[in-house]
Design a protein around this ligand. Structure first.
Ligand code: GUN
Length: 275
């Protein structure tokens, strides 16, 4: 089999086009602490997309030396700003800050990242909630393959709070049988070989070998790693996996653009401009 490409850029463009000119006007505040270059790029892309869609938007750049109290005060102000429906604090934060406490200081109704402990609980209890952007984008891509999810075997590799764990919850909500694999998993190849759906989110370049992929599986690569030549590579051996998969996401141009698109969807939902 030779895989069809899941074009995240094209799907994201379709998703965001539907968000232009919404009322009430959605508003997004993005908080960047410090000067990590990768975070700065992500944040700029998020703010730019909000601007492009005509959303109210604010980007707050705080110094790496900001105190926990100062950051909490900023969030308090944003929680009470009626123009702002969504608040995002870019992660990771500098080590002296308590990330969990910072996230939990965001009003859950404005938690467009879906990382608040209340959002997490609602997600696992199958209640309506704002769900984390990257895994939600993955679900939108899976939906568009038309591959049935009910009863499908899914393997998620990587157990982060940002991707792996919420990914498991979202797949389970659609009646997949889900295995969560991680760095301590014995015989990863065997787990991957059983899967109808593979979601790789470990951050290790080409950890998942093409030969492991079950014939006809859907392969979603959340990884963004710099190869030795400076090029972006995913967590999956793309060319070899594409020989066996039915659908596969490229890196770049796969999951990446979907994260931003779903952030815009969550912001529109938080504003009450979208169901
Ligand atoms: N860092 C890496 N991914 C994300 C994300 O989706 N949201 C935030 N806030 N930080 C991140």
């Amino acid at each position: 089999m030779s895989a069809q490409i899941l074009d995240g850029k094209a799907i994201a463009a379709e998703v965001t086009e539907a968000l232009v000119g919404l009322g009430p006007r959605p508003g997004l505040a993005v908080v960047l602490v410090g000067e990590d270059p990768a975070s700065a790029v992500y944040v700029r892309n998020k703010t730019r997309m909000a601007e492009k869609l005509g959303f109210y938007h604010e980007q707050l750049n705080l110094p790496a030396t900001v105190t926990q109290d100062e950051l909490l005060q900023v969030l308090h102000r944003l929680n009470h700003d009626d123009r702002v429906h969504g608040i995002l604090v870019q992660l990771p934060l500098p080590k002296h800050l308590d990330s969990l406490a910072v996230i939990d200081a965001i009003d859950p109704a404005k938690d467009v990242d879906g990382f608040h402990v209340v959002s997490t609980g609602k997600l696992w209890q199958k209640r309506p909630c704002l769900s984390p952007c990257t895994p939600t984008g993955v679900m939108e891509m899976l939906r568009r393959t038309g591959v049935p999810l009910r009863g499908a075997e899914a393997v998620v590799i990587g157990r982060s709070n940002i991707v792996g764990k919420p990914m498991v919850a979202l797949l389970e909500r659609q009646d997949c049988t889900v295995t969560l694999a991680h760095s301590r998993t014995r015989d990863l190849a065997a787990h991957v070989g059983r899967a109808d759906i593979v979601v790789a989110a470990v951050g290790v370049a080409e950890l998942v070998k093409g030969a492991w992929i079950r014939e006809g599986a859907v392969v979603i690569d959340v990884g963004m790693n710099r190869g030795v030549d400076g090029k972006l590579v995913g967590d999956v051996e793309f060319a070899a996996a594409a020989e066996r998969a039915s659908w596969i996401t490229p890196v770049p141009g796969g999951v990446g653009p979907m994260t931003i698109a779903m952030l815009m969807v969550n912001t529109a939902r938080a504003a009450g401009a979208l169901l």
